[in-house]
Design a protein around this ligand. Structure first.
Ligand code: ACM
Length: 260
């Protein structure tokens, strides 16, 4: 299965231009699954809730339609997150589009820092989608800091975890190695690059998009500053082997009666 990340630097608010860039990057790519950064179309540092609601889209809006068009044209599944307006709420919604349709949807459960003032926490469970026989789960950026997120996906049988991100803290690329080892799954973390300075806030995104294997192998990793599109062939079935030694099963050996 050919999977990959598109690490790039969206320009805040330039949704059409950002979508055009994604389409340009991916125009000749042959792959089965591509992960885009969190908020690939809008950018991240919203000045206010009003600005967020203006840039947010209802289900079926232009960025959803864009992903569907792209997945149909490419014959690949595409994962990315979009600011989704639902009545007075706005969610950080991660979607998997395949064959021209949104096939799976997850709304970011663990909001990071100022997101708590802007977004409604996700109301959908961590879940797994069957992509032509491969079990694919989704989580978004700061979910990495809660091991329960990836564990929930692993318990539901995820072989590959797609992880659109806008990382600013330095820890995640290393932490995801552990997340993959402890769950025996692949993870595709796609981060963005660049700096957004708005609303008196300056955030520099750390890049380092990566694909990690089920034993913590760093199969490929981008650098901190450059845009980068990379594809790799992986064998999702390797994620079904949960034996970390001859006698230790990553899931069955848990002792939940001792955990709070
Ligand atoms: C983040 O969750 N965007 C850091």
């Amino acid at each position: 299965m050919r999977v990959g990340y598109l690490q790039f630097g969206p320009v805040f608010g330039e949704k059409q231009a950002n979508r055009d860039r994604v389409a340009g990057f991916l125009s000749d790519v042959k792959a089965d699954l591509i992960v885009l950064p969190e908020f690939f179309a809008s950018g991240y540092v919203f000045e206010s809730r009003e600005e967020l609601m203006e840039l947010a889209e209802e289900d079926g809006g232009e960025s959803f339609a864009f992903l569907n068009d792209l997945s149909r044209r490419m014959g690949a599944a595409i994962v990315g997150s979009i600011a989704e307006r639902v009545g007075d709420d706005c969610y950080n919604t991660c979607v998997l589009s395949s064959g021209g349709d949104i096939k799976a949807r997850y709304r970011k459960v663990h909001l990071f820092d100022r997101e708590k003032e802007l977004f409604t926490p996700g109301d959908l469970p961590f879940d797994v989608y069957d992509l032509r026989g491969v079990k694919v789960g989704m989580m978004v950026c700061f979910d990495w800091v809660f091991p329960e997120a990836m564990r929930a996906l692993a318990l539901k049988g995820a072989q590959i975890v797609c992880h659109p991100s806008n990382l600013v803290l330095p820890f995640c690329p290393r932490a995801m190695i552990t997340r993959c080892i402890e769950n025996g799954v692949y993870a595709i973390t796609t981060n963005r690059v660049g700096t957004e300075a708005r609303a008196g806030i300056e955030l520099t995104f750390i890049g380092m998009s990566q694909v990690i294997g089920p034993r913590g192998e760093v199969l490929m990793r981008a650098n901190e500053v450059e845009e980068d599109l990379r594809i790799i062939d992986i064998n999702p079935a390797l994620a079904d082997d949960k034996m970390i030694t001859q006698r230790n099963h990553l899931i069955d050996d848990r002792r939940p009666e001792f955990y709070p």
